[in-house]
Design a protein around this ligand. Sequence first.
Ligand code: OGA
Ligand code: MN
Length: 206
Amino acid sequence: MPNMHVISQTEQAIDDIARNGYAIIEQFLPAEIISSLADEARGFQSSGLMRKAVTGKSQDSSSDSLRGDFIHWLGNPNSPAQHTYQTAMYELSAVLNRSLYLGLFEFETHFAIYPAGKGYAKHLDQLKGSQERQVSTILYLSQNWQSTDGGELRLYLDEETHQDISPHSGKLVVFLSDRFWHEVLPANRERISLTGWFRKRGSRLP
Ligand code: OGA
Ligand code: MN
């Protein structure tokens, strides 16, 4: 359950999304939940359950230069930390629906691990011709991230301007999926996150 602090930072985020299309919440979940989630991601990695991510453009290994992360999709929560995360995201979607009338319905989410030196080239999360993904979310999980570690999310605000967002642990970035081109800059250390998308009811194409 969110406390008053979480509710008020959520309200600030709603305001930011309404005004600018995106929001950054610095400490979305308690540090111990973040570190449990990071441990789980590393656990999936060491049990061989993280899979090389592919882009819509290319399924072969040459896509490595476009996207270098390994992912693991979450199903129903199967740990207390995952339950806390999924509950918080569900509550966020309820507030987005109430405040911005987004009609969000489903949430899909995966762990992502970028090895040092790997990134994700500039892209849009909404696949061409599909309005399935309405809102993108990224929760950063790497402990003690230093600004010199790199690995920023570069969010293109328009043709000329971008904002670089450092992936400090506990930070949640939320943005409208159809609005922002973005990329992941390579880091000099492993970078761990949970990426998610809220989908709209009935938006899945046949
Ligand atoms: C993605 C993505 C950004 C990030 O997974 O589609 O753009 O900062 N991730 O991890
Ligand atoms: Mn993306």
